[in-house]
Design a protein around this ligand. Structure first.
Ligand SMILES: O=C(O)c1ccccc1NCC(=O)[C@H](O)[C@H](O)COP(=O)(O)O
Length: 238
């Protein structure tokens, strides 16, 4: 697989996930989020119905993408949700096979969650995983946790391969304090990087904290600026 690294001028995109309230969608949009995630998994404390997700998605301005997150849903359930939320990107976060993801998604863009074991002794072949899911728009890297996701747990980013020819979304336990390091460590290993957060910007499960959202976005912007400056310095030494 060809080597891949994102250019220094690239902007890290941001997804705020697990939104259940209009005021939190507004806070994410005003802070500069590129995407907002709606959890259609009934066992999640951040669960919203597809109808509720559609209601929330209708408050979005242009160029902010709604993401519909499902866990082991049927293709019919996924497509019914897509009919209610036009323009949504899909996120498969359960045990779905590549074929099940592709069949459910049809022509719509979809992300596949790669759930990375927290134990360093457990290998995870991300390059192979990405090649198995080549129809995916991006691979979302999350920690392998009980309940599938949204646990506020971070996996060891150093366990990722030095290069993967894929668009990655770094997720799992990110906070305003940690996201900068995540970008500096992971962005050089992939084609493009986005970051995804839920617990790290919450007051309670499903209730976001606008101040934390703004802090998270500011930390992403600072990391991008640092990457650009350091690369400029390398490319044009005095
Ligand atoms: O957010 C949930 O409750 C959830 C439940 C079941 C499967 C996936 C879930 N969230 C998926 C996401 O994309 C989260 O943003 C991701 O797991 C990171 O969550 P956090 O570690 O809390 O930032």
């Amino acid at each position: 697989m060809s080597a891949a690294t994102s250019p220094p001028s690239q902007r890290t995109r941001i997804k705020i996930c697990g939104l259940t309230r209009e005021e939190d969608v507004a806070a994410a949009v005003e802070a500069g989020a590129d995407a907002v995630g709606f959890v259609l998994y009934a066992k999640s404390p951040r669960f919203v119905t597809a109808e509720r997700a559609a209601q929330l998605a209708r408050t979005l301005p242009p160029f902010v993408t709604p993401v519909l997150l499902s866990v082991n849903a049927t293709a019919e359930e996924v497509r019914a949700a897509c009919d209610l939320v036009p323009g949504a990107t899909l996120q498969f976060h359960g045990d779905e096979t590549p074929r099940q993801c592709a069949q459910a998604a049809g022509a719509r863009p979809w992300m596949r969650a790669a759930r990375i074991p927290l134990e360093a002794s457990v290998p995870f072949d991300l390059v192979n995983f990405a090649s198995l899911h080549e129809g995916a728009t991006a691979i979302l890297l999350d920690a392998h946790v009980e309940g599938y996701g949204g646990a506020g747990k971070a996996f060891d980013w150093s366990r990722l391969p030095p290069s993967v020819n894929a668009h990655l979304v770094l997720s799992g336990g990110l906070t305003p304090a940690s996201v900068g390091d995540g970008i500096l460590q992971v962005r050089p290993r992939c084609r493009t990087l986005a970051v995804d957060v839920s617990s790290g910007v919450e007051r309670a499960k499903g209730v976001k904290d606008p101040a934390k959202i703004h802090q998270f976005v500011a930390a992403v912007r600072a990391a991008d600026a640092l990457l650009a400056r350091s690369t400029d310095a390398l490319l044009s030494p005095t």
